[in-house]
Design a protein around this ligand. Sequence first.
Ligand code: BTN
Length: 260
Amino acid sequence: MIHTDAIAAGLGTSVIGKKIMHFHETDSTNTRALFLARGGAAEGTVVLADRQTAGRGRMNREWHSPGGTGIYLSIILTPRAPLNSLPGITLVAAVAAAEALESAAGVRADIKWPNDLLLNNRKICGILTELHARDDGAAIVIVGIGINVNTPAERFPAEVRDIASSLLIETGRETSREEIVISLLERFERRYEMFIFGRFDAILDRWREYSGIIGRRVCIEQDGVRTLGTVVDIDMGGALVILNISGSRQMILSGDITYI
Ligand code: BTN
């Protein structure tokens, strides 16, 4: 079981994770967090589970969440920021996760747009940011982060073993989940503060450093439509800017990306 006492004792944040709600098992921490947020849970409340029975990924995919080996958490946010800037919080989370993995596990993961973290080209972390409105119209943002930490290969379903991995598989050693959670929440708080204070440019700079995507040739699949091109940049809204094969600049807001 993940030790929330150790997390609380080591955590140096002022808002994020000041309250941690720990569940031995839940359907999805994102679902649980939304329920708590609608009931008035404070900004920064973290929902943490040892195991999820219905972990969700982007595009209605399943997030495989075996017990005792991974990190499954959701952060409740009620940002006072323009609605159209809120998708940028996913990039805040991706940078925070990459920084946490570097400081707590000593690995340098690559951010794959928009929000996957890869080690040796295999996914070890995914982020699902969901936007909702409270009854009074205020925004609720749930940032769900899943990290495969000490998961051995045989605990992944066969169909994802080629694309999914864990820190254990890639480094050959176990890492403390508590230390990663502490580092993740501390980094997230710092980066989220920058986001709220309008310093998204600095977050994008960090994102670019971890992503290595600028200049790569890519294929992006979006609702069955494929776009080929070369990545030129990521813009202030978190959209990917590509030069497509007809030579026009195109903004990509969502989709599945493959390096070609
Ligand atoms: C993705 O890569 O598609 C996103 C995966 C996000 C998984 C995390 S685990 C904690 C939180 N609860 C969920 O149900 N999903 C997110």
